[in-house]
Design a binder for this molecule. Structure first.
Ligand SMILES: *Cc1c(COP(=O)(O)O)cnc(C)c1O
Length: 232
């Protein structure tokens, strides 16, 4: 695999950071209220080390085995690992054990398993509920109609810490469309907040649409391509 050049990576990260800063300024938000989550699926442990040298600390992974290998190789670093990929119920235990956050919880069965399997010596697992906001054909994500019931289930699980909502809207070049999907997620969070007092996270926005997401209140943007280059 072509190793990522350090200078290129440094430049890419600086560019993404300035997009985040400018988007925040435009809507009078603090840059420090927006976490840049580097999506490192398909990248090597060495790519991640270089990104850490550029100041990144939070990494998002989609594929369990690949992630576990990298987490083991990078144990010497103080990193925060986010699972953002599709969840299968037979694979929840390693996720509950090795990750700090899971963004893609979309059903009660998965939530209960993560709760039961979270090791006692670790703090509660940070959870975002993935919501299907654009009716995209992807089957993942709870529907907005079913969200309140799922929130109330999770509020009763002591080993999970419900932090907020996540969405992966269908990609669109239509800026108004991007805003509409992200604004829907923000409204859904407001709706369920009475049931989950400290749920204040909106995990939304990727390389192509982080500006719209920040304008609509994103607190975590998940960026892969514009940090590490095109995936192979
Ligand atoms: C791959 C992925 C991203 C990053 O997408 P880019 O377009 O490469 O920035 C963000 N979120 C999720 C859930 C992903 O699977």
């Amino acid at each position: 695999m072509r190793p990522m050049n350090q200078q290129q990576l440094t430049d890419n990260i600086a560019k993404v950071r300035s997009r985040v800063r400018e988007s925040a300024e435009k809507c009078q938000r603090q840059e420090s209220d927006i976490l840049l989550l580097a999506v490192s699926k398909t990248r090597t442990a060495d790519d991640i080390r270089r990104a850490v040298d550029c100041g990144l600390r939070h990494f998002g992974e989609n594929y369990l085995q690949e992630a576990l290998d990298k987490i083991a190789q990078l144990e010497d670093l103080d990193l925060v690992w986010h699972f953002i990929g599709p969840l299968q119920s037979n694979k929840t235990r390693p996720i509950a054990t090795h990750f700090d956050w899971v963004h893609s919880v979309d059903r009660a069965k998965i939530a209960r398993r993560l709760n039961d399997q979270r090791p006692e010596e670790l703090p509660p697992l940070n959870i975002c509920l993935q919501v299907n906001v654009s009716g995209e054909d992807s089957k993942s994500g709870v529907s907005p109609a079913e969200l309140p019931a799922l929130v109330s289930t999770i509020a009763g699980l002591p080993r999970l810490h419900l932090r907020g909502l996540m969405a992966i809207p269908a990609p669109s070049d239509d800026i108004a469309r991007q805003h509409a999907n992200f604004s829907q997620l923000r409204h859904l969070l407001e709706e369920v907040r009475p049931m989950a007092a400290d749920a204040d996270t909106l995990s939304m926005g990727m390389s192509g649409d982080l500006e719209a997401a920040i304008a609509e209140g994103a607190t975590i943007v998940r960026v892969g391509t514009d940090i590490f280059g095109p995936r192979r």
